[in-house]
Design a protein around this ligand. Sequence first.
Ligand code: C5P
Length: 226
Amino acid sequence: MSGVWAVLVAAGRGERFGGDRPKAFAKLRGRVMLAESLERLERSDWIEAIVIVAPVEWEEPSILLAEELSAGKVSSCVPGGATRADSVRAGVAEVPDDVPVILVHDAARPLLPEAVIERVITALGDGWDGAVPALPVADTIKRAGQDGAVLETLDRSGLVTVQTPQAFASAALRSALVGDIAGVTDCAGLVEAAGGRVRIVEGDPRLLKVTTPADLALVETLLASE
Ligand code: C5P
């Protein structure tokens, strides 16, 4: 019993990805993409139970997948909402009140290393409300106007790109999810906006997010070399 529940958000439609099914059900090396992160959470020593947030009308296939994978940690499967934050809210509502830590992960990041799960969870405590994996920005970052004109070049020192899994003290995440959560793209942003203290831990390039079919091809290559 670790006291950590995972909320696996898989309810995105995947409009940029295309195809005739939600992105989480795109094929990755012969299985649906959702299988990869679900199996890794199931095997993780840090995770006690899992809530799947499925695309509307894909709850049944998600439950069948959990059964096929013998993913006994899956406690429930709920339909997602219009935005990622709405989907997180639906998933968190399924986590019992006395669970101290909630880990939120995107099904669109199938390659989930156990070491990153460990890093975000063990970084909590000492007054930290959240911990998120991040990588330094390698490229130069510019802000551009609508007409394509460069408006400014940002100082990239200290800038990072943020991934999931993200771990939170449940009370901080729950209170951040109350009220207006439109427009916030990650849970840490919600917790920060509510005044919470969020820290960065080392991310992993394998946690890349599948947005386009080309990303999926890259993940397939990485998976083959694991
Ligand atoms: O769309 P994007 O890939 O940025 O979404 C990140 C994650 O959030 C994905 O795993 C996606 O399934 C999930 N999501 C969701 N509900 C939404 C939008 C996205 O569960 N309404």
